[in-house]
Design a protein around this ligand. Structure first.
Ligand code: HEC
Ligand code: HEC
Length: 232
């Protein structure tokens, strides 16, 4: 009995002491909204970024992070340090308490995970174009728009018309939410309001934590199809 107990406690102690490899800890952080330490945050990094080098079926607002650790610059050349690129997402989208500290074990683990994903060198910087003008976009095919919705919007907003399965209650039901735009935004076509939101995230400079979709993530054609699907 005593021997069995001793063996058990040794096994438990062994399990507790065995360190999780840093890259594995980083992978867990990447997939966990609690990483940002804000109870108002529902996003994990994985909501907005793939980690694969294959073409994704989902239209993520951020680039794949496959090879990201080896890129010379980020955010379309705006950031030159990986930690600054990540900190921006951490603070502005995930409501993290402040920029990541490079010496923090969590930052290091996240780095090990990102570095483990792709080629160690030779990864090119990826283009990222913020569309400035939220003006008219030619309408496209609504059936294609439904596919775009599923690929680009559903992860957060849930199913169209019901919001079923949405990630966060903050994300409104689409397109029903746009029904009162004519009253709320006098003189601005509701479609333009949606384009502004999708292109800039924090729309009209007001706020929110929806990520913007750059031109490389969503083309004007995709957006036009989406508007037709929304009947806007
Ligand atoms: C709500 C969506 C969102 C979340 C959550 C998010 N990001 Fe981002 N991230 C973006 C967008 C949008 C960009 C700008 C487009 C781009 O350059 O990939 C970006 C850019 C980046 C870049 C620069 C990529 C490049 O080559 O330009 C890195 C690296 C990055 N994010 C890492 C992370 C990590 C790590 C996390 C989790 C701690 C995270 N992001 C969370 C949306 C998000
Ligand atoms: C990463 C999660 C996420 C994705 C992906 C996303 N949204 Fe959102 N969206 C939100 C959240 C959260 C809000 C509420 C907070 C805010 O306004 O930023 C929101 C708000 C909105 C609003 C309402 C703005 C207002 O206040 O009236 C519209 C319109 C919208 N999203 C459209 C879209 C469309 C279209 C797509 C797909 C192209 C999309 N969103 C993709 C998270 C997301």
């Amino acid at each position: 009995m005593t021997r069995a107990l001793t063996a058990l406690s040794l096994a438990v102690a062994g399990a507790a002491c065995r360190p999780v490899p840093a890259a594995e800890f980083g992978r867990q952080l990447f997939n966990d909204p609690r990483f940002a330490e804000s109870r108002f945050n529902d996003y994990s990094c994985a909501i907005c970024h793939s980690v694969s080098d294959a073409e994704a079926e989902k239209a993520y607002p951020g680039h794949t992070l496959y090879g990201a650790a080896a890129r010379p610059s980020f955010w379309g050349g705006y950031q030159t340090r990986l930690i600054d690129a990540v900190s921006f997402c951490y603070v502005y989208f995930m409501r993290g308490p402040g920029p990541l500290d490079p010496d923090d074990p969590k930052s290091k683990a996240l780095y090990e995970y990102l570095a483990s994903l792709g080629p160690a060198e030779g990864a090119p910087a990826l283009p990222y174009t913020v569309v400035r003008d939220a003006a008219g976009v030619a309408r496209g095919d609504p059936a294609r728009g439904a596919q775009i919705y599923d690929a680009a919007c559903r992860a957060c907003h849930g199913e169209a018309h019901t919001g079923g399965g949405r990630l966060t209650l903050e994300a409104p039901v689409l397109p029903e939410h746009t029904a009162d735009y004519e009253h709320v935004f006098h003189g601005v076509a509701p479609a333009v309001v949606v384009v502004e939101k999708v292109r800039h995230g924090q729309f009209f400079g007001v706020g929110g934590n929806m990520p913007p979709f750059g031109r490389e993530m969503l083309s004007d054609e995709d957006l036009g199809a989406l508007l037709a699907f929304f009947r806007l």
